[in-house]
Write a protein that binds this ligand. Structure first.
Ligand SMILES: Nc1ncnc2c1ncn2[C@@H]1O[C@H](COP(=O)(O)OP(=O)(O)O)[C@@H](O)[C@H]1O
Ligand SMILES: [Mg+2]
Length: 248
């Protein structure tokens, strides 16, 4: 994905100021920065989730495979399948585990009959590292799973519609350390198959899971580069101040 001079406003208030970034396919990209600096706002521009906020207005251009996602006539439902999203709080549908995964492929016409749909469900749950835990209880409610399992279910749900990009907004912030470690492992396994962008307030997490890091501050992207460089040899004073804990 390629963003150029992207600014976002909520009514008169500017939340993102002229951000340009190329999100690379075969990497995990972390967005870090203090609370309120615009990480979630910018992440939501990448699949037009800001469209759902009445006061939000986006300027600039964002392309997916060279196609302007804000052009008129863009199918936003299709876009959000290609650029999936996982939220802070796991939000499975109040439906069975099976239906949570099968719903997207059904509405997007990806399944050629019941056997094929079963295969998609199994493959998605396997990729999300959840199959062994749920294969005997596919007709239980998704909401009956533990928090960590629910988050992996949401990742499986995103995977089921064959996305190119998966956006994750602090996906571990509601999880315990063991569930967090599982999600981090999963992100590493998914790397290369999907472009992954993860917002995290944990610099340790960014260092563990990402290969590219973008540091945001007061609505601007201050610095973007290889994760190891950002954490060991940042170019910008503001990045250095943040990673050394001078402000949070
Ligand atoms: N729905 C909204 N309506 C109005 N202002 C918002 C909305 N969401 C976020 N903001 C404002 O935009 C700025 C950036 O917020 P956000 O993107 O949530 O930052 P972060 O994810 O880095 O904590 C903040 O000042 C926040 O108050
Ligand atoms: Mg946020």
């Amino acid at each position: 994905m390629r963003a150029r001079d992207v600014s976002v406003f909520y009514g008169p208030k500017q939340a993102i100021d002229s951000v340009s970034i190329d999100i690379e396919t075969d990497h995990v990209t972390a967005f870090i920065g203090p609370s309120g600096c615009g990480k979630s706002t910018f992440l939501r521009t990448l699949n037009r989730m800001n469209d759902t906020i009445a006061s939000a207005r986006v300027e600039g251009t964002i392309e997916l495979d060279g196609d302007d996602i804000y052009r008129s006539g863009m199918d936003v439902v299709q876009l959000r399948a290609r650029v999936g999203m996982v939220f802070q709080r796991p939000n499975p549908f109040p439906k069975t585990i099976y239906e949570n995964i099968a719903y997207g492929p059904k509405i997007h016409g990806l399944a050629d009959g019941k056997d094929h749909l079963d295969q998609i469900v199994e493959k998605s749950l396997r990729r999300a590292g959840l199959w062994e835990e749920v294969k005997d209880r596919l007709s239980d409610s998704g909401t009956a799973l533990s928090g960590g399992q629910q988050q992996r279910l949401c990742i499986a749900r995103a995977i089921a519609v064959e996305p190119e990009v998966i956006l994750m907004d602090e996906p571990c912030s509601a999880l315990d350390p063991i569930a967090t470690a599982k999600i981090e492992e999963l992100i590493d396994e998914l790397r290369g198959r999907y472009a992954i962008v993860i917002v995290t307030h944990s610099m340790q997490q960014a260092a563990r899971v990402s290969q590219r890091t973008a540091f945001f501050h007061l609505g601007k992207m201050v610095e973007y580069g290889e994760t190891s460089d950002i954490f060991t040899n940042p170019r910008e004073e503001r990045t250095k101040d943040y990673i050394t804990g001078r402000y949070g």
